[in-house]
Design a protein around this ligand. Structure first.
Ligand code: SAJ
Length: 415
């Protein structure tokens, strides 16, 4: 049985490890965080994602997956570590480099290395390839095989998309891409397309940048519509009825560890100034402050106002708060002397400000809906009205029905 070593047991590495472990491979997951290792080795997950528990427990009970701090001699190595943005808005490739350095000591002829971490074009060849070749004198494509295979799964639907999405696989040569494709074919039902390393790296960045640019367009439409006093949600709904138009939704900002990060990776090594991509990034980054300004305006006539934020995660129905624009909004409102409390039924690991629902709403002057978790629909508007001091709702996601809310005496503000 082939042995696969996956470095990084996060949102991508962990589900991928489970899939491979349940589809004919012996899997070793490598993780540096001791707490995560202890949890996983006792059969407990550290990630909340639909169906992930089922596939993890299957692999765990069948003893097809082990977690360790150390790399071991394997046939295939998959790097799925994080690539955060540093303060210069460039990719921090330290985790990728550490992973490549760990693999270098174990690699032998005929092995395959796959990079899954999102990174600037050229990283697989120039960073991973160079580290391996400097350490071993092996040549990529001849002595060992080198591939880039970007993950494309949507948080909140990872397990389903891991199986059903198409995959783009880049190789330093054809054999590298083909060998990587064989591994993914063990569990992927979508189509698999082969290409070069750099095209695969760029495709991943282009996908997330496209989404960022599209959201920026809708945010700009929202700001323009506000001046015209036109409902942007209605505009987008009708425009999207055109067969070739698909505008995304405006919102309080773009969060998560992918969409606000990846467009900067595209721009990292280029000389072109004044790009559309950068402008769109800046529009999306400006949204949290726009929300703060509008909130302050809504509350201008109240003494010692209290705001209740519903939702802290970066998007609906997930517990992930990474790069959530809610942080900026909370900090800015607090700095302006506004009393802020927050409720999020999805988020458990967030000590700062988290209140239960009643406590968050009691004597509040404004409910600021930041993300539209399904669970918020279970809270009746009557209950909300009963608890609040003044009945105002600022809905940044078009989540509530205006007429229902207004019937109960709320003043309803929409992005
Ligand atoms: N957002 C809006 N309006 C929208 C859609 C999203 O404001 O209409 C905001 C969300 O609220 C959130 C942010 O954008 O703050 C990002 O959310 P998302 O659902 O667009 O994306 P992610 O970050 O959860 O996942 C993306 C996906 N990429 C694409 O759809 C092109 C996913 O497929 C990738 O695998 C993932 O990035 C990743 O890991 O790169």
């Amino acid at each position: 049985m082939e042995k696969i070593c996956i470095l990084g047991m996060g949102y991508i590495g962990m589900p991928t490890a489970c899939m491979l472990a349940n589809n004919g491979y012996e899997v070793l997951g490598v993780e540096v965080n001791d707490k995560i290792i202890d949890k996983l080795n006792s059969g407990e997950l550290h990630i909340n994602e639909p169906d992930l528990d089922k596939i993890f427990l299957k692999a765990y009970k069948n003893k097809k997956i082990r977690i360790s701090t150390k790399v071991e001699k394997s046939d295939v190595y998959i790097i799925a570590v994080q690539t955060p943005l540093n303060i210069q808005k460039k990719a921090d490739l330290n985790y990728v480099m550490n992973a490549a350095n760990m693999i270098k000591d174990f690699i032998h002829k005929g092995n395959l290395i796959i990079l899954e971490s999102t990174c600037p074009p050229g990283t697989t060849r120039d960073i991973v390839g160079n580290i391996i070749e400097r350490g071993t004198l092996f040549k990529a494509g001849i002595d060992y095989f080198l591939s880039f295979c970007p993950e494309r799964v949507l948080p909140g639907n990872i397990v389903y998309e891991l199986v059903n999405n198409d995959r783009i696989i880049g190789g330093i040569n054809k054999e590298s891409a083909e060998r990587a494709a064989k591994i993914y074919k063990s569990f992927v039902k979508g189509k698999i397309y082969l290409t070069s390393l750099e095209v695969a790296e760029f495709v991943k960045l282009a996908e997330n940048t496209f989404r960022d640019v599209n959201v920026a367009f809708s945010n700009e439409l929202a700001l323009i519509c506000e001046e015209y006093k036109i409902n942007v949600w209605e505009v987008i709904r009708f425009a999207n009825m055109h067969p070739r138009v698909n505008i995304l939704n405006p919102g309080p900002g773009v969060g998560g560890h992918c969409i606000p990060v990846d467009p900067w990776f595209i721009l990292e090594n280029i000389d072109i100034k004044d790009t559309l991509i950068e402008k769109c990034r800046n529009i999306n980054d400006s949204m949290p402050l726009k929300i703060v300004m509008r909130t302050v305006y809504i509350l201008k006539d109240y003494k010692n106002p209290k705001v209740t934020i519903f939702g802290l995660s970066y998007k609906e129905n997930v517990d992930d708060t990474r790069e959530s624009p809610a942080f900026i909004i909370i900090n800015e409102l607090t700095e302006k002397g506004i009393n802020v409390s927050a409720y999020d039924p999805m988020v458990v690991n967030f000590e700062y400000l988290l209140s239960d629902m009643e406590e968050a709403l009691r004597d509040s002057d404004l409910l600021l809906l930041f993300v539209g978790h399904h669970k918020f629909k279970e809270i009746s508007l009557e209950k909300i009205a009963e608890l609040m001091r003044n009945k105002n709702i600022f809905d940044t996601r078009n989540f509530y029905d205006k007429s229902c809310v207004e019937k109960l005496g709320f003043k309803y503000y929409l992005i």
